[in-house]
Design a protein around this ligand. Structure first.
Ligand SMILES: *[C@@H]1O[C@H](CO)[C@@H](O)[C@H](O)[C@H]1NC(C)=O
Ligand SMILES: *[C@@H]1O[C@H](CO)[C@@H](O)[C@H](O)[C@H]1NC(C)=O
Ligand SMILES: *[C@@H]1O[C@H](CO)[C@@H](O)[C@H](O)[C@H]1NC(C)=O
Ligand SMILES: *[C@@H]1O[C@H](CO)[C@@H](O)[C@H](O)[C@H]1NC(C)=O
Length: 526
């Protein structure tokens, strides 16, 4: 019954898409076909310094560096949160977690997902005639109506959550190393090893079907590449505009490398994996160049900073080392609101539209993707809601340098409560009301501290966030009232539109499993 209902919904959605394409065609003739295509590639846990164009020490990203020299590179570009699900929810809604309800990660037994009354970018584009595809890691709910095919994507190929949230027979490199899935005959492990989900195989979906479980992590990158290239080819052949959201599993642990050499260890593993990702992005770009180059906007960025807890299997934050925090213990990257947690690599590529070889210092965010893409597609923003992102097409086309004046960095789990105000950016200044580190490689965890008088850093002079301004200094006295004012404004705006609530309840029966025997959910179908 539920399935039938969902199918009717899905049919309704595609009919609506068809209707709008027809309307488009009748009213605008061929102009409707000139809508640009969009390819958004989202890296996972990639450090700002993992992009060679950002950080000269890094030599592993020749394809991305080339893309930067042919497009626009953003050096002050921020993830909307410092962890997976909230960052992705904000990308697809243009709204912060305190509004869209997604303030922390979903688990394998989560019943809910991105609240259904939130409208995704894919839904908006689908309704205006786009073919929409999601390939890679979803992590916005996998049960029932939260699945990507119900959130605006006509095609989905990928994994429902992070690839360390389920076992594999090819476990890859992780800290601590995780065991392979138990054999089919073994009983379900009752207490999975600490930090390893070792009892249920990671599933791979194509639309509503599990096509492989446990996933073979060694061949996953190649499958994503094949499906992405196929999607671009087929969408381009159809003559309809398309939107591809490719959410890579790189650089999140476990790391796997296709061309395994015997002596791989430590940093080598990370670098090989980074090269593998770079190569994959290069293949997607080449495909775009050879099929739909003139009219395709490619946007590469990341979901949050590196996961320092994973030691040499984690990325490089470049100069954004968060020293004030690391001097007190804990890490200052993923899960934190230190720069290393949310300042991410970002490149916009669109030949003859976005100027080539330009570095932009505008303060921008992944939140801007939604309003910008909607505007470029000549669609309308969903009514009656507030957006935290801006339409930044003027900046992309080289006509403006003005990004955000203010950016709000919500808590992402290291200290304080999920989604809550922690840090606010105003121009080159950044104020912390709560500090705290995430778990570091050495196991330390920086203590949570509340600052009645916020710590204010001048990022221009102190990108490492090492020494806050002296609270008796003239500049502190000048900035504090300005920061307080924008803070009050934002909080008021948020309280006027913060009603969506995600269901974070758990039910073991929603854990994806293709086998009725449920022993490690082992059923090779591919
Ligand atoms: C996983 O995929 C790789 C690459 O295609 C292959 O060589 C290997 O045999 C596969 N492993 C398993 C356990 O299926
Ligand atoms: C890009 O700009 C840099 C410095 O501004 C210059 O050295 C380089 O040659 C340029 N690259 C291309 C491909 O134009
Ligand atoms: C929305 O904002 C109001 C006012 O700040 C607050 O009391 C309420 O708890 C918020 N609601 C949610 C769901 O966060
Ligand atoms: C979303 O759903 C919640 C709970 O059902 C409701 O309170 C809220 O008003 C809805 N928000 C929007 C934007 O429709």
């Amino acid at each position: 019954m539920e399935i039938l209902f969902l199918k009717v919904l899905l049919l309704g959605a595609s009919l609506t898409g068809l209707f709008y394409s027809l309307v488009d065609f009748c009213f605008y003739g061929y102009r409707g076909l000139e809508k640009p295509n969009f390819v958004i590639i989202l890296a996972d846990d990639m450090g700002w310094g993992d992009l060679g164009a950002n950080w000269a020490e890094t030599k592993d990203t020749p394809q991305l560096d080339k893309m930067a020299s042919e497009g626009m590179r953003f050096v002050d570009f921020h993830a909307p949160a410092s962890t997976c699900s909230p960052s992705r929810a904000s990308l697809l809604t243009g709204r912060l977690g305190v509004r869209n309800g997604v303030t922390h990660n979903f688990a394998i037994s989560s019943v809910g997902g991105l609240p259904l009354n939130e409208t995704t970018l894919a839904q908006v584009l689908q309704e205006t005639g786009y073919i929409t595809g999601m390939i890679g890691k979803w992590h916005l709910g996998h049960h029932g109506p939260y699945q990507p095919n119900f959130r605006g994507f006509s095609y989905y190929f990928g994994i429902p959550y992070s690839h360390d949230m389920g076992c594999s027979d090819t476990p890859g490199y992780n800290h601590p190393p995780c065991p392979a899935c138990p054999p089919a005959a073994a009983p379900l492990q009752s207490s999975p090893r600490k930090n390893c989900y070792s009892d249920v195989g990671l599933p791979l979906y194509e639309n509503f079907n599990i096509v492989e479980q446990p996933v073979n992590l060694t061949s996953l990158t190649e499958k994503f590449a094949e499906k992405a290239l196929q999607f671009i080819q087929q969408a381009s052949d159809s003559g309809q505009p398309f939107f591809l959201y490719l959410a890579l599993t790189h650089m999140h642990v476990p790391l796997t490398v296709t061309h395994q050499s015997a002596d791989l260890k430590g940093q080598r593993v990370y670098r090989e994996s980074l090269q593998e990702m770079d190569n994959l992005v290069g293949r997607i770009k080449n495909k775009v160049d050879s099929t739909v180059k003139a009219n395709t906007f490619l946007w590469f960025t990341g979901d949050n900073g590196p996961w320092s807890q994973k030691c040499e299997l984690s990325g490089n934050a470049g100069p954004f080392t968060g020293l004030w925090q690391t001097n007190r213990g804990g890490s200052s990257t993923k899960q934190t609101t230190w720069e290393g947690g949310h300042r991410v690599p970002a490149i916009a590529y669109w030949p003859n539209k976005v100027p080539a070889n330009v570095t932009s210092t505008a303060l921008l965010s992944v939140l801007d993707i939604f309003p910008t893409v909607v505007s470029l597609a000549k669609a309308s923003l969903p009514p009656r809601r507030h957006f935290d992102g801006l339409d930044v097409s003027d900046i992309l086309f080289g006509d403006s340098q003005n990004g955000h004046r203010v950016l709000f960095h919500p808590n992402s789990g290291a200290a304080g409560s999920y989604g809550a105000l922690q840090t606010i950016r105003l121009g080159q200044y950044k104020a912390f009301y709560i500090t705290g580190g995430a778990k570091a490689c050495d196991g330390s965890l920086g203590p949570e501290q509340h600052h009645k008088l916020p710590l204010i850093f001048n990022l221009q002079e102190d990108p490492a966030e090492c020494v806050p301004l002296d609270s008796s200094s003239a500049i502190y006295q000048e900035m504090l009232p300005k920061i307080t004012e924008v803070l009050v404004d934002i909080l008021q705006d948020i309280s006027g539109d913060n009603t969506s609530v995600a269901d974070y309840s758990h039910d073991p029966s929603v854990i994806p499993c293709c086998s009725t025997l449920k022993i490690a959910c082992r059923c090779q179908l591919m």
